[in-house]
Structures are given as structure tokens and as C-alpha cells.
Write a protein that binds this ligand. Structure first.
Ligand code: ADP
Ligand code: DAR
Length: 346
């Protein structure tokens, strides 16, 4: 039975769902359902069940982005800053700036990932058990076409010993198996069926299958050689794109289950030691936000910094090219390094 009245939120809730679900918007979207059966209630379930959500909604299919536009569009504009039509993708690295020596001395590792979802299927929150297995099959059929340098092994999550999974998560190579926001969104249904990790033999390239998005294509290296990491990622994306079709539109770029990942669906992050700025994490996050950066803990979203090391990444992904995102990230990292250098040590 769907929700009949405008949902109410606690005073402590600060989600974009709460901010943009006005009475007018509610009357425009209440009782709607997409062709794959995704309802208004399903769209909002994560934000209603997890009041500490920052965003609070997940799309269930491509149609969600048009049918529920009265609610999703203001959330997109709020998060991505009125992005306009998404520009042509640009993964070129020729004109990328360099990390300063101060920044390079602080950057421990670099990870760049993109989210992708297969055309012809709903997104994770609305996909059926059978469709999720079909997505896994199509992706694993494309893996042999990866170039020699990216060859590796696909590890299904089903049957993976706990100790192996824990080790891969600890080494930042595999997604966590519990996330209450994803659970509320229906993204953990039939877990761990049809979920898995492709890992190249040198562990520089990996693909997460059927986590928050159907693919997270990832390149990860020690140090701060951002151009090398994006080159590795681009090689992998190009090979997969020759065998798989991805959900995308002119307006929103690559479609993803969470609206924060639309557009490039790229999050480029460095693990950065900021021993002086770590003394005041709230100020660090404010300064990073002013530079268009997001601060996460060393185990990603909803985790803590450790020993002054944080995950610093680009915040925006829509209405901006990959090259522009990387340029702003590098410039922002250089600024943070300078602030950390100048800041009195605790
Ligand atoms: P996503 O990047 O897919 O949005 P998370 O923020 O949860 O998801 O990060 C996923 C994993 O990637 C976490 O284990 C996190 O520690 C790891 N990670 C992110 N950036 C880096 C980095 N620069 N170096 C090493 N591991 C990283
Ligand atoms: N936890 C959800 C999603 C925020 C963005 N992170 C994603 N998509 N992993 C929230 O609404 O806070």
C-alpha cells in the first residue's frame, strides 16, 4: 500500500529529499509508477528509512529521471549546481596540471572510478533477480576482451570466503557488504547473488559488478600519478564499451542509481595526509567544499579519516567533463597541500 499523505521528516533530517519534497511536488508525483514497477515510495524509501541521508532518493530505471522529474530535477540542480546539458565526454590528459611537490609528498594513493549501467535493464533498485544474473553474465562475457595489461580474474561474491572478502575490502579493492542506505534502496536484494569483483593480475584495474551501480570501473595505484591512473581506467572503459551498451542521455550523461553520480559518473580520489588540517576536520571539510572537493574517510563513504589521512575527491560529476573534474581536483589538492604546509602543526 503506497504512502497517501506528504511524508513528514524529523527536524534533524537535512536531506535534499526533505528540502525539495514540497506539497506541490508531492501532488505531482504521488502514486506514480514506472514501466518496470518502480514507485514514488520506492524512489524515496532510503531517505524515509535513513533520516540521516544527505540525498535520500535512488532512481530505479531510466524512466525514473523523467517520470519523477518534479522531485529529482531540483535535487540534481541543488547537488550539481544547475548543470545544463551534459558536455561531450573528455578523458584526455594532455593539458592536466601537475601536483605540486608539496602535494605529491602528501598523496599516498590515487583511485579513479566511473559508474555504468547496462542499457535495456532497470537500475539496481528495480532490477529483478533474473535480470541481475543476466547483467552479470553480459559483463563477464566482455572481460576476455580486456587488453593484455588489464587481464585478471572474476571473483563471484557467492562462495567467497569471509576472510578473503574482508582482506579485499581492507585493501580498498572490494565494496563493503553492508550499507543501510543501499539496503533501504533495494540495492542489496538477493545479496550476494550475481555480485562480484574483477581484479587484474597487477591489482591496478578492477570492476565491481552489481553493487550500487551495475559496473564500477576502477583504476587504483600508489602515489599521485593521476594521468597514469586515468590512462589505465580509459583503456578499460574503451575495451568494455566495445562489448557493452551503457545507459546514458544527452541531458544527464551516464545514468546511475544515485543522482549524485550522474554525468561522468566519475569519482577521482586521493588518499592524502593532512596532519595539520586534520586537527580541525569541520574546517577541513569546509575549505575542501569551497574548492569543489569532498572529504571522505580512508574506507570511503561513511568512514573516518585515519592518522590524518583522508579521501579527497571531486564532488561534482554532471555538467562538467572528466578532464575538467580532474583539473579542478589537482588544483584543489595543491591548495590543500599549501594550507596544510602553512597551518601550525598541532
Ligand atoms: P565509491 O568510490 O565507489 O563512491 P567509496 O567512497 O565507498 O565508494 O570508496 C570505495 C573504496 O575505495 C573504499 O574502500 C575506499 O577506501 C577506496 N578508496 C577510495 N579512494 C581511494 C584511494 N585514493 N586510495 C585507496 N583506496 C581508495
Ligand atoms: N547515502 C545516500 C547517498 C549519498 C551519495 N552516495 C552514494 N550514492 N553512494 C544519502 O542520501 O546520503
Amino acid at each position: 500500500m503506497g504512502i497517501s499523505e506528504l511524508p513528514t521528516f524529523s527536524d534533524a533530517c537535512a536531506s535534499l529529499l526533505k528540502k525539495h519534497l514540497t506539497q506541490t511536488v508531492w501532488e505531482e508525483i504521488r502514486g506514480l509508477k514506472t514501466a518496470s514497477g518502480y514507485t514514488t515510495e520506492a524512489l524515496m524509501r532510503s531517505g524515509l528509512e535513513q533520516p540521516d541521508s544527505a540525498i535520500g532518493i535512488y532512481a530505479g530505471d531510466a524512466e525514473s529521471y523523467t517520470l519523477f522529474a518534479p522531485l529529482i530535477d531540483p535535487i540534481i540542480a541543488h547537488y550539481h549546481g544547475n548543470p545544463g546539458p551534459h558536455p561531450k565526454h573528455d578523458l584526455s590528459t594532455e593539458t592536466l596540471p601537475f601536483l605540486s611537490p608539496m602535494a605529491k609528498a602528501r598523496v599516498l594513493s590515487t583511485r579513479i572510478r566511473v559508474g555504468r549501467n547496462l542499457a535495456g535493464f532497470p537500475l539496481g533498485p528495480a532490477i529483478t533477480q533474473e535480470q541481475r544474473h543476466e547483467v552479470e553474465r553480459l559483463i563477464t562475457q566482455a572481460l576476455p576482451h580486456l587488453p593484455e595489461a588489464l587481464k585478471g580474474t572474476y571473483h563471484p561474491l557467492s562462495g567467497m570466503p569471509e576472510t578473503v572478502r574482508d582482506d579485499l575490502v581492507a585493501r580498498h579493492l572490494l565494496f563493503k557488504s553492508t550499507d543501510r542506505f543501499l539496503t533501504s534502496a533495494g540495492l542489496m536484494r538477493h545479496w550476494p547473488e550475481a555480485r562480484g569483483l574483477f581484479l587484474s593480475h597487477d591489482e591496478r584495474f578492477s570492476i565491481w559488478v552489481n553493487e550500487e551501480d551495475q559496473l564500477r570501473i576502477i583504476a587504483l595505484e600508489k602515489g599521485g600519478e593521476i594521468a597514469e591512473v586515468i590512462a589505465c581506467l580509459t583503456q578499460g572503459i574503451a575495451a568494455l564499451s566495445r562489448h557493452l551498451s551503457f545507459l546514458a542521455t544527452k541531458r544527464l550523461g551516464y545514468l546511475t542509481s544515485c543522482p549524485t553520480n550522474l554525468g561522468t559518473a566519475m569519482r577521482a580520489s586521493v588518499h592524502m595526509a593532512l596532519h595539520a588540517l586534520a586537527a580541525d576536520e569541520a574546517t577541513l571539510k569546509k575549505n575542501a567544499a569551497a574548492l569543489g572537493l569532498q572529504v571522505r574517510g580512508i574506507h570511503g563513504e561513511h568512514s573516518q579519516g585515519q592518522g590524518g589521512v583522508y579521501d579527497i575527491s571531486n564532488r561534482r560529476r554532471l555538467g562538467i567533463t572528466e578532464r575538467e573534474s580532474l583539473t579542478r581536483l589537482i588544483e584543489g589538492i595543491n591548495c590543500l597541500a599549501e594550507m596544510d604546509e602553512r597551518h601550525p602543526r598541532p
